[in-house]
Structures are given as structure tokens and as C-alpha cells.
Design a protein around this ligand. Structure first.
Ligand SMILES: C[S@@+](CC[C@H](N)C(=O)[O-])C[C@H]1O[C@@H](n2cnc3c(N)ncnc32)[C@H](O)[C@@H]1O
Ligand code: SF4
Length: 403
């Protein structure tokens, strides 16, 4: 979620969508994202739309009331989008809410549109904010997948990132999730934190693999403008993360994870087979539709993208007044859709069909093939698929294909 929301046209108070968007809604699948904007404390590197209880200006129970009201509004605007294939509760720290509240929100989504029989229902969780009883309640109430923020097992890295959990807690929580019945468990790792050594990261990878999870996400630490981390780097207290180190760490991640049977399916995501892939993220990456519930949440339905007001209290007030919490929206042009499609699908292992490239794209793909950045056999089959070296340079390849 970007810190600064783009401008755009206003969202009608009713939240209603253009007829053309309604007609196209759900053609490539429909999911629901629920944003829970609370964290016990803020990590210095994070610019997600999240607040400590003291900052938020909204009780957690009032947030739940408001989110239920937005689900009701969404159902009235979009009655026929279901069934819902994926639900993703993210944050923030969703597991600061009691399991009963998360269950109420999920029930409301089910009542609004119907959950598909095989729906994937994920919640993010901070390792220190779950215990076996809560995990069991979540599983019993229909959650099928847990995504835990592990980040690292090196104490000095966790400290620099302001993480509250001990080095071993994330792997322990993953084991508890599996014991509670979760077949699908993800661990998020961050690499390239200043002060992290190759051995530190190898230890984090080993711990994630030994926890027996079926999915790992690993992202380079991004220094986001306006964060405490950015200020510390500006003051010279912490060095800037290095791109070369990040590339080394990426190669280490791919080697360790693929060696353990977790194969890449998106540049930063590895899974143990098709069923372990995150269907919700795949919906985002393949042009699906979703309604984003919650402060600052983004939605995309039938070629319209909109975003909610960010402040929790303003969000709740809008819904209390019977109004959409939408802050702005834009109608995507064919060009916007194409650019986004190339940017997202080229990062997938399934790649992008060469025949759909336009302008200078086909020539750039040929050059990327010659430079070893696209896979030869996939190219012969008509697809642009990144090689390992191509994955390290994904942004540059995407830029070239969009010339
Ligand atoms: C928004 S968090 C939600 C999960 C949960 N609150 C937690 O932190 O454990 C989702 C993930 O985004 C990643 N993330 C957030 N800010 C990041 C940054 N600046 N650079 C890299 N990864 C980041 C972290 O790996 C985190 O686990
Ligand atoms: S990384 Fe997770 S716990 Fe930390 S501030 Fe961001 S959302 Fe909250």
C-alpha cells in the first residue's frame, strides 16, 4: 500500500460502480482483502497503513463494526460477484483482534457473496500475537492459511528491524499453526538488512525450512520514505542496504528453498507445489477482481481501481454516515491494464505470452533472451519467462519489455 495515495476522481457517496465495471466484475475471479490497521508497535522500516492503539483514534471493536458496514455496502454495490475464491486478512496485525472478531468478518463475507467450497482464507499474523488456542479457533472458523512475519532469526537483525518477537518464536508459531490443523503456512523473510551476514541469512532460511512450512516469501529490505529507518540512514546511524548484497542473498534463498522442495512461482515467493501457492496474491497478479475492506485498502473491480481513506476514525465515520469510505478512483485505460499485466505476470514463473507484447516489446524480449535473462525453452514455447539472472534484474527486464 503506497504511503501517498494517487489523486483520482471522487468515489460516489453510494460507492456505486459504472455499469461496464459491474458487467465485467469477477470474470478472472473475485477475492476480498480485509485490512486491519493496528499494530502493538510500529517497526521502523514499515510504511503500511497501520497504527498503534494510541495513534489510531478508533477502538478495535468500532473498527470491526465499520468493516462489517463496508462489507454490507460492498454487497449492495456488487451483489453478483461471488463466489469468493480468496479472502486475505492483512495488516497491520490482524491477530491483535480476537479470533471471534476475525470469524465474524469472515462470516459476513460468506453471507455477502458466498465462499467457494475450496476458498483460500488467509490471515497474516505476528509470531508473538498468536498462541495454540487462537490458531485452533481460527482454523475452526474457516481460515485455511496463516502467513507469519518471521523476517530473520538473527537477534541483531530483529533488533534493527524493531521486531518484538524472539528469534525462535516465528518457527514455533509455524509449528503451532500446523498442529492446529493448518496445511498451508507461510513465513515472510526480509534479507539485506544492514548488519546481516550471509551466515545470518542462511540461518533464517534453515529455520524457515526446518519449520516445515509449505510457502516462503523473501523480500529485500526496502527503505521507505518517511520511515524511522529512512531517518536513521539519513543521519548516518545505519548504512544503506546494498544492492549487491541483496542479489547474493536472493541467490542463497533460491538455492536453499528450491533444494528443500520449495520452488519459485513468483520472483519473491516459493511454494511446495501448486496447492501451496497463495491464490489470493495470484489473483492480484493475474488481473482478478477484489474488494478491499478497511482503512486505506485498495480495490479493483472490472477495470476500476479505488482506494479508501487512510485514517481509521475517518473511515469509520464515513460508514457510520452511510457513505462509501472511498477516497478516490481511476478508470484503467487499455494501456494501464497492459503495463500492469506485463509488470505482474513477467514476475511469475508462468511468464508472459510473447504474442501479447506490443511496441518494442518483442525486440526487447529477443535481446533479453540473448542476454540470458529469459529462458530459452519457454521462449521457444512462446513465453517470456525470467531465468535466475533475469529474476535478479526483473525490474530492468520489465522496463525494457515496456519500451
Ligand atoms: C505488512 S506486514 C504484515 C505482517 C505482520 N504485521 C508482521 O509484520 O509480522 C507483511 C510483510 O511485509 C514485509 N515488509 C513490510 N515492510 C517492508 C519493507 N520496508 N521491506 C521489505 N519487506 C517489508 C514484511 O516481511 C512483513 O512480514
Ligand atoms: S511490519 Fe508488520 S508488525 Fe511491523 S509495523 Fe508493519 S505491519 Fe506492523
Amino acid at each position: 500500500m503506497p504511503a501517498t495515495l494517487p489523486d483520482g476522481e471522487p468515489v460516489p457517496r453510494s460507492g456505486e460502480l459504472p455499469e461496464a465495471a459491474l458487467a465485467r466484475a469477477g470474470r478472472r475471479g473475485f477475492g476480498v482483502y480485509l485490512h486491519v490497521p493496528f499494530c502493538a508497535s510500529r517497526c521502523g522500516y514499515c510504511d503500511f497503513n497501520t497504527y498503534t492503539p494510541a495513534e489510531s483514534g478508533l477502538d478495535q471493536s468500532d473498527y470491526v463494526t465499520a468493516a462489517l458496514a463496508e462489507i454490507d455496502l460492498a454487497r449492495r454495490v456488487l451483489p453478483a460477484a461471488g463466489p469468493v475464491r480468496t479472502v486475505f486478512v492483512g495488516g497491520g496485525t490482524p491477530t491483535l483482534l480476537p479470533a471471534a472478531d476475525l470469524s465474524r468478518l469472515l462470516d459476513a463475507v460468506d453471507k455477502a457473496w458466498g465462499l467457494a467450497g475450496d476458498a483460500e482464507v488467509t490471515t497474516e499474523a505476528n509470531p508473538e500475537s498468536v498462541d495454540p488456542a487462537m490458531l485452533k479457533s481460527l482454523h475452526d472458523s474457516g481460515f485455511t492459511r496463516i502467513s507469519l512475519g518471521m523476517q530473520s532469526t538473527a537477534p541483531h537483525v530483529l533488533q534493527l528491524l524493531d521486531r518484538r518477537h524472539t528469534p525462535g518464536r516465528a518457527a514455533q508459531a509455524a509449528l503451532e499453526a500446523r498442529e492446529a490443523g493448518f496445511e498451508h503456512v507461510n513465513l515472510d523473510l526480509i534479507y539485506g538488512t544492514p548488519g546481516e551476514t550471509g551466515e545470518d541469512f542462511a540461518g533464517s532460511l534453515r529455520a524457515a525450512i526446518d519449520a516445515g512450512v509449505d510457502h516462503v516469501s523473501a523480500y529485500a529490505l526496502i527503505v521507505e520514505d518517511g520511515t524511522r529507518l529512512a531517518a536513521r540512514i539519513r543521519r548516518g546511524e545505519v548504512p544503506m542496504p546494498s544492492d549487491d548484497v541483496a542479489a547474493d542473498r536472493y541467490l542463497a534463498a533460491d538455492e536453499a528453498l528450491s533444494g528443500a522442495g520449495l520452488d519459485w512461482y513468483e520472483v519473491s515467493n516459493w511454494a511446495a507445489g501448486d496447492a501451496a501457492r497463495c491464490a489470493h496474491n495470484l489473483l492480484y497478479w493475474t488481473g482478478g477482481d477484489w474488494w478491499g475492506i478497511g482503512p486505506g485498502a485498495h480495490s479493483h473491480v472490472g477495470g476500476v481501481r479505488w482506494w479508501n481513506v487512510k485514517r481509521p476514525a475517518q473511515y469509520a465515520q464515513r460508514l457510520h454516515n452511510g457513505e462509501s469510505p472511498g477516497a478516490g478512483r481511476e478508470l484503467l485505460s487499455d494501456e494501464d491494464v497492459y503495463v500492469e499485466d506485463v509488470m505482474l505476470r513477467l514476475r511469475l514463473r508462468s511468464g508472459f505470452p510473447l504474442a501479447e507484447l506490443t511496441g518494442g516489446g518483442p525486440a526487447a524480449a529477443r535481446t533479453a533472451l540473448d542476454d540470458g535473462l529469459l529462458d530459452g525453452s519457454a521462449y521457444a514455447d512462446g513465453r517470456a519467462v525470467l531465468t535466475l539472472r533475469g529474476r535478479l534484474l526483473a525490474d530492468a527486464v520489465i522496463r525494457d519489455l515496456l519500451t
